[in-house]
Ligand binder design. Structure first.
Ligand code: SF4
Ligand code: SF4
Length: 225
C-alpha cells in the first residue's frame, strides 16, 4: 500500500458514479434486520501472522467519534479507544493506527444495549455501510444475518441507492485517511510488523488517525483475539 496507488484508487472512485455498485448490492438480497450480530464479538479474523482481530473491532473516523460525542454528550474516550490491534512498537514509542469503538467487558460494542444500537442516529459510517464494502473487484459482502430479510420494491431500491452512495463515500474517506497516515508515518509504517497490544498493557501511546497525531495514556482491558 503506497500513496501513489491509493491516489489512483481514489481517482477511480471520484470518477465512478455510485450507481455502478447498485446491481451488486441489490443482487445480495440483503436488508438489515437489526439483529445486532455485527455489534457483538462473534469470531476473530486473521489479519497478519501476528494479528487476530475480533470481528467487532470497529474502525471509526474522528468525524464519527465527534458526531457521537455531540449527539450523546459523551467524552472522546467514552466513545472510542486507540486501535489496540494495530500497534507498532520500535522499543521507544508505541504507535497505534486509528480508533475503534469502545468495547465492553462482554466484548460487545459498548453501545449495543438491549439487543440494539443505542446510538443508531449517530452510529459510525462503517456501521451504516455494513455488510457492504468496496473491494478490488467491486462490492464485497461481509457475513450478515439479514439474509432472510429481503427487501422488495421501492423500499429495496431506495436502500440500494443510499447504500451505494454511502459505501463509495466510506471507501474514499478511508483512502484519504490512509494517505494521511502514510504521509506522517512514512517508512515507519510496515504492516507486517503490526502487533496487538497485550492485555493489561498500561502506558503512553501515539495515535495516528489521518487527521491528527495525538498522545494517549491507555490501559488495555479488552481481551485479545
Ligand atoms: S455503534 Fe451501534 S451499530 Fe455500530 S457496532 Fe456499536 S451498537 Fe452496533
Ligand atoms: S448482521 Fe446484518 S442484519 Fe444483523 S445488524 Fe448487522 S447488518 Fe443488520
Amino acid at each position: 500500500m503506497d500513496i501513489a496507488s491509493l491516489r489512483q484508487r481514489l481517482d477511480y472512485l471520484v470518477h465512478t458514479h455510485s450507481s455502478v455498485f447498485e446491481e451488486q448490492i441489490l443482487g445480495s438480497g440483503l436488508s438489515c434486520a437489526m439483529c445486532g450480530w455485527c455489534c457483538r464479538e462473534n469470531f476473530n479474523i486473521r489479519i497478519t501472522k501476528n494479528i487476530l482481530r475480533p470481528s467487532n473491532a470497529i474502525s471509526v473516523f474522528p468525524d464519527d467519534i465527534r458526531r457521537i460525542m455531540k449527539g450523546k454528550g459523551l467524552q472522546w474516550d467514552e466513545v472510542a479507544q486507540p486501535d489496540i490491534y494495530s500497534c507498532l512498537d520500535d522499543g521507544k514509542n508505541i504507535r497505534l493506527i486509528g480508533w475503534i469503538m469502545q468495547r465492553g467487558d462482554n466484548s460487545n460494542c459498548v453501545f449495543y444495549r438491549n439487543g440494539g444500537c443505542s446510538i443508531y442516529e449517530w452510529r459510525p459510517m462503517i456501521c451504516r455501510c455494513y455488510p457492504f464494502f468496496i473491494g478490488e473487484q467491486g462490492i464485497e459482502v461481509m457475513h450478515c444475518e439479514g439474509k432472510n430479510n429481503i427487501a422488495h420494491g421501492e423500499k429495496a431500491k431506495q436502500m440500494v441507492r443510499e447504500r451505494s452512495l454511502l459505501v463509495k463515500r466510506y471507501e474514499m474517506k478511508k483512502i484519504r485517511n490512509y494517505i494521511g497516515i502514510i504521509s506522517w508515518m512514512g517508512t515507519k509504517l510496515r504492516l507486517s510488523e503490526l502487533v496487538p497490544l497485550p492485555h493489561g498493557y498500561e502506558g503512553e501511546v501515539i495515535v495516528y488517525d489521518g487527521e491528527t497525531i495525538s498522545q494517549r495514556h491507555i490501559i488495555v482491558k479488552n481481551k485479545m483475539g
